[in-house]
Design a protein around this ligand. Structure first.
Ligand code: NAD
Length: 338
C-alpha cells in the first residue's frame, strides 16, 4: 500500500517555510516536499524532502508510485520580477509546471475515487489597472474585475486559475462518463511579509526589504515612489488562508478563486511604520520607473468579502498588530541572534 501524504511544491521558498512549520504541527499526514533547492536544516527534519524539478515527469511518476497524495499545495513558481527577465522560462515553470501537477492530481483523483485537493496561491498580479486614475477610482477590486495582467507572471497566474477550474469542473466534458475530478482552490494573495525570510524576485519586495534592512542597520533605497500603494499581508495570515481554504467544506464555496488581504498602504506609510520601530533607519526613494509601472498596475486593495463569508477568512494581523507583535519582535530577534 502507498503511504498517504500531502505534497508541497516550492517548499524551500518563503511561503513553503511557513507552511511546513504549520502543517507539521497540525496534520497527521506525512508531508512530502519538492523543490529544486534543498530545504534549510531546520525544516528538513519535519518532512520528507525531494530535491527536484516539478517539470521532471519521471520524478512525479515515482512520487505517486510511492505516495497516495490527497492534497497538493502547489507553491513552486518564478515570481514577478524574475519572470519579466525570462518570460518563456516563467511560462514553462508557472504554466506547464502547473499543468503537469494538475494532470497528476486529476489522474490520482480517478485512482482514488475521491478528489485530490489542489491549493494554488495566485496573486494580486492577476489584476491590471490601465492607469493611476482608474486605480484610484476602484480601490477595492472584486475577483472578476480588471483581470488584465501586465506581467508574464500575472498572465501565468490568471491562466492557471482557469486551468485549475477547468480540471475541477469541465475536464472530459464530452466523455460518456464523467471522471472523479480534482478539487482546485486558489487565493489571490497581496504582497506577503515574513519576519523570518527575505523575499527575492517579487515586485512587492520593497516593503519587506525596507524592514529587514532597517533591522540590520543597512541603508535602503526603495525602488518605487512614496505614493505607490498596494495591499500586504503578514506571512502567518497567508498560511492561515491556505489551510483554512483547504479545510473548508466544498459545499460552502461559491467560487474557486478568492481574494484575501489584510492592509493597504503606500510606500511612504510603510517607511513611517518602519521608522516607528527603527527611528534611525536610512530609507530613501529611488524609483525604478519600470518596476513602478508594474506596482501601479496592481490594485490598491482587494475586496475579500467572499472569502470572509464562505470560509470564515479573517486576517489575525492588521497593520499595527503585524508590525508590533509579529514582524518587529521576530526580525529584531533574528538579526540580534544571527
Ligand atoms: N511571496 C509573495 O508575496 C506572494 C504573493 C502572491 C503569490 N505568491 C505565490 O506563492 C508561491 C510561493 O511564493 P514564495 O514567496 O514562497 O516564493 P519563493 O520564490 O520564495 O519560492 C518559490 C520556490 O519554488 C521553487 N521552484 C521554482 N521553480 C521550481 C521548479 N521548476 N521545480 C521545483 N521548485 C521550483 C524555488 O526554488 C523556490 O524555493 C508562488 O506560487 C508565488 O507566486 C507569493
Amino acid at each position: 500500500m502507498r503511504k498517504k501524504g500531502i505534497l508541497i511544491t516550492g517548499a524551500a521558498g518563503e511561503i513553503g517555510d511557513a507552511l511546513i512549520r504549520s502543517l507539521s504541527q497540525q496534520d497527521q499526514n506525512q508531508v512530502i516536499t519538492l523543490d529544486v533547492r534543498p530545504l534549510p536544516a531546520e525544516t528538513s527534519t519535519m518532512v520528507t524532502h525531494i530535491t527536484g524539478d516539478i517539470m521532471d515527469q519521471a520524478l512525479l511518476a515515482r512520487l505517486v508510485s510511492e505516495y497516495e497524495i490527497a492534497t497538493i499545495y502547489h507553491l513552486a513558481a518564478l515570481l514577478s520580477t524574475r519572470a519579466e527577465f525570462t518570460p518563456e522560462a516563467a511560462h514553462r515553470v508557472n504554466v506547464e509546471g502547473t499543468l503537469g501537477l494538475l494532470k497528476l492530481a486529476s489522474e490520482q483523483s480517478q485512482w482514488r475515487g475521491e478528489p485530490v485537493l489542489f491549493i494554488f496561491p495566485s496573486s494580486v498580479a492577476a489584476y491590471g489597472m490601465p492607469d493611476l486614475e482608474t486605480k484610484a477610482r476602484y480601490p477595492m477590486v472584486r475577483e472578476w474585475e480588471w483581470n488584465y495582467p501586465r506581467t508574464m507572471y500575472g498572465c501565468n497566474k490568471l491562466y492557471c486559475e482557469l486551468l485549475g477550474t477547468y480540471y475541477s469542473e469541465n475536464f472530459r466534458q464530452l466523455a460518456a462518463e464523467r471522471p472523479v475530478m480534482l478539487d482546485f482552490r486558489s487565493v489571490r494573495f497581496p504582497g506577503l511579509i515574513s519576519a523570518y525570510t527575505v523575499p527575492s524576485g517579487g515586485t512587492s519586495d520593497y516593503g519587506p526589504e525596507m524592514l529587514h534592512a532597517a533591522a540590520q542597520n543597512s541603508p535602503y533605497a526603495c525602488f518605487v515612489s512614496e505614493e505607490a500603494c498596494i495591499p500586504f499581508m503578514a506571512m502567518p495570515d497567508a498560511v492561515t488562508a491556505l489551510t483554512l481554504l483547504a479545510a473548508a467544506p466544498a459545499k460552502a464555496l461559491s467560487r474557486r478563486v478568492y481574494n484575501v488581504t489584510s492592509f493597504s498602504l503606500t510606500a511612504a506609510e510603510f517607511r513611517e511604520q518602519v521608522l516607528n520601530y527603527f527611528p534611525g533607519a536610512d530609507i530613501t526613494f529611488n524609483p525604478d520607473k519600470k518596476r513602478q509601472g508594474i506596482v501601479d498596475s496592481w490594485p490598491a486593495g482587494l475586496n475579500d468579502h467572499d472569502a470572509r463569508r464562505d470560509w470564515g477568512w479573517q486576517p489575525a494581523y492588521g497593520l499595527e498588530r503585524a508590525f508590533e507583535e509579529y514582524l518587529v519582535p521576530n526580525i529584531r530577534n533574528r538579526y540580534m541572534s544571527g
